[in-house]
Ligand binder design. Structure first.
Ligand code: GDP
Length: 303
């Protein structure tokens, strides 16, 4: 909780200050206050359609031209945003399905968003919970990606499956699932290349990886985790659009929320895609990954 509060400091400061400004000197919630609020939400990267939704909900709650203090408006806003997050039907669906062994997580996302770091953090977290983890370096297009993942595997102390550069990602995925199964590991986490410049390529590549790993384990992957950089605002929305069109993304991880004042992106993405935000990244260290909890998040945001 402390890490979360710290991680969201920038978002919170910006947000609270701006909301206060939106209502300062106002004795009623009128058109202008609502317009100002709308601007604050847009500036926090909540996204246009979600912002409109939130404003409408506030309008419904606050009888027009009635006096509402900053505190009250804050409380209403907080309640409505929490409600919105909880409306994502799969939100807070918990951690991993332990009846699957190995539980296979395929991690997708564009380069630079924090994919490798998130995989390392996840491995650390699972290991701390007493689960055994195997990593798979199926981003065979970048030497640096494999190297980084090897460093994480050493840091965390979990085995990694890799092949030489340029080898077939699907073959690495196959080996990883097979190795995890042979070792009786609880979880396999597989990194993939996130090259977006060609949508058809991406789609084919991801479905091939899936198809090939299913030769070992027919119901794998059990989770397709899309990693998004929370500090990139509208780019994150765009990437979510592209990846959800290319494959069946089942969970999201939003990273780098500590470095941005635009943490509202989590609210918009959860609302627009109706895919659970499962993890949030709030720092570069091993411990700086959290299971997302909508109520706690909003709490931290408004503190
Ligand atoms: P990849 O190319 O997607 O695998 O990205 P990396 O995992 O290599 O991360 C890119 C950079 O973002 C690295 O410098 C990471 O330390 C940094 N990073 C990743 N997640 C977070 C986060 O939650 N907060 C902060 N501040 N930095 C992060």
């Amino acid at each position: 909780k402390e890490t979360l509060d710290q991680g969201l400091e920038k978002s919170r400061e910006g947000f609270f200050e701006k909301i206060s400004k939106a209502v300062v000197g106002k004795s009623t919630v009128d058109e202008e206050v609502l317009d100002n609020l709308e601007e604050v939400l847009i500036a926090s990267d909540v996204g246009a359609s979600t912002t409109i939704k939130i404003i409408e909900r506030i309008e419904q709650r606050v009888a027009r031209d009635k006096y509402v203090s900053t505190e009250e408006l804050n409380r209403i806003l907080r309640e409505e945003i929490t409600a919105l997050l909880l409306e994502n039907p799969h939100q807070n669906s918990g951690n991993i399905d332990q009846s699957k062994k190995p539980y296979v997580i395929m991690v997708v996302g564009v380069n630079g968003v924090g994919k490798t770091t998130t995989i390392g953090k996840l491995a650390h977290q699972f290991k701390k919970e007493g689960k055994s983890v195997v990593l798979g370096a199926a981003d065979t297009f970048r030497a640096a990606a494999v190297d980084q993942l090897v460093i994480w595997s050493e840091r965390v102390g979990v085995p990694i499956v890799k092949q030489s550069m340029g080898s077939d990602p699907a073959s690495v995925a196959f080996d990883t699932v097979q190795s995890a199964q042979a070792q009786g590991a609880d979880i396999a986490i597989i990194d993939t290349a996130g090259r977006l410049h060609n949508k058809v390529n991406l789609m084919n590549e991801l479905s091939k990886i899936k198809r090939v790993m299913q030769k070992v384990l027919p119901d794998a992957p059990h989770e397709i985790l899309l990693v998004l950089d929370g500090s990139t605002g509208q780019n994150a929305f765009e990437q979510a659009r592209q990846f959800t069109a290319a494959t069946e993304v089942s969970a999201l991880a939003v990273t780098k929320l500590d470095g941005t004042a635009k943490g509202g992106v989590v609210i918009g993405i959860s609302d627009q895609f109706q895919i659970p935000v499962k993890y949030i990244g709030v720092g570069e260290k091993m411990e700086d990954l959290q299971l997302f909890n909508g109520a706690e998040f909003v709490d931290s945001f408004f503190k």
